[in-house]
Design a protein around this ligand. Structure first.
Ligand SMILES: Nc1ncnc2c1ncn2[C@@H]1O[C@H](COP(=O)(O)OP(=O)(O)OP(=O)(O)O)[C@@H](O)[C@H]1O
Ligand SMILES: [Mg+2]
Length: 322
């Protein structure tokens, strides 16, 4: 469905000069490599999480795959065509949905944008009705269709954005930070929506998000990009297992103890009476638990996995030592 080989994208960045006239008439540029020899392929019905630090090249990659940008070099094939040729059949089958950019008509109700999409994509009446009902039902937001977009909350607007972008039943969807700026409840609604939409539609999805929980819950496969190069391409479980060597051991004390006793287990990661949290290596867990029992009077004891954020941090830390 998607095949990318040695993809490179160099942007020409304008260098500002102190002399304004010189800056206008003799503009100078330097090359900025946003992508360097990136290669990967994605099969039908996959949902791939695409992550990396700010400026790593995620949006640039998605834009190239969607035909919005030309690559500098390398080959790209998406749905059997070259995306930037923008042939009609290709555009009919894809959707590019960005969290931070609004495609809805601001002063009008979302239903007007939907009607416009219907015309643009020549969606048949019955198909259109079915899709609006299905998407509105999944997102529980039919009652908002006729309110001016500018009066909607960010989360509500994102729901409209999703409906508008998916009316034409795209086979391939690029989600670029669909949950950015939303509160945790709205993030969860959008996340659950993507999950059920994908299992119903069997669309192929590439999803970028800075909220790693989105990617963890939705994607089985993860591609990590850093400074324009792919640094990991594999299963989500693999990376979690390989890099989650740290467990968080939380002890709830039932009476005050002195620092010596707390430190007898290990230096605490966090301590605020009655809670002590230790960061413990997986293999040291049994021994540390024995020490807790020996030195600390406690009413509760829990062991948690490190968060996905910690795991990715660990991945980057170890990568720099390779
Ligand atoms: N139009 C442009 N002109 C010049 N440089 C650009 C342009 N667009 C992006 N860049 C640069 O290319 C690099 C990759 O940008 P890109 O937007 O693809 O990153 P990203 O991974 O999506 O980051 P973020 O997580 O912040 O969205 C960055 O260094 C960025 O500054
Ligand atoms: Mg981006």
């Amino acid at each position: 469905m998607i095949s990318v080989k040695n993809l490179t994208k160099i942007y020409q960045v304008h260098i500002r000069q102190a002399n304004l006239l010189k800056d206008i008439f003799f503009r100078t540029y330097k090359d900025k490599a946003a992508l360097q020899n990136a290669s990967f392929s994605i099969g039908e019905n996959e949902l791939v999480g695409f992550i990396g630090p700010n400026g790593a090249g995620k949006t640039t990659t998605l834009k190239i795959l969607a035909g919005i940008l030309y690559p500098t070099s390398g080959t790209v094939s998406v749905l059997g065509t070259v995306p930037f040729e923008k042939n009609h059949a290709f555009l009919q089958q894809i959707a590019f949905i960005m969290g931070q950019r609004n495609q809805l008509i601001w002063d009008l109700p979302a239903s007007d944008t939907f009607a416009l999409q219907k015309e643009i994509y020549s969606i048949k009446d019955h198909m259109y009705k079915k899709q609006v009902e299905m998407l509105g039902g999944l997102l529980k937001c039919d009652h908002l269709f006729d309110k001016p977009v500018k009066t909607l909350s960010m989360g509500e607007r994102m729901k409209m954005e999703l409906i508008s972008g998916l009316l034409h039943k795209p086979r391939l969807i690029f989600f670029d930070e669909p949950t950015i700026g939303l509160d945790i409840f709205s993030q969860e609604i959008i996340r659950n929506f993507i999950k059920s939409y994908q299992s119903e539609s069997r669309a192929t999805i590439i999803l970028t998000s800075h909220y790693l929980e989105d990617v963890k819950q939705l994607a089985k496969r993860l591609i990590i990009i850093d400074k324009g190069s792919i640094v990991y391409d594999g299963s989500m479980n693999n990376i979690i297992e390989q890099y989650s060597k740290i467990k968080l051991l939380t002890v709830v004390l039932d009476k005050t103890v002195n620092q010596m006793e707390i430190r007898a287990v290990a230096p605490p990661f966090k301590y605020k009476y009655p809670k002590v949290v230790y960061k413990v290596k997986k293999e040291e867990l049994p021994e540390k638990m024995k020490l807790v029992v020996k030195y600390l009077p406690f009413s509760d004891l829990t062991v948690e996995d490190a968060s996905i954020e910690e795991i990715i941090k660990q991945f980057f830390k170890e990568k720099t030592w390779e």
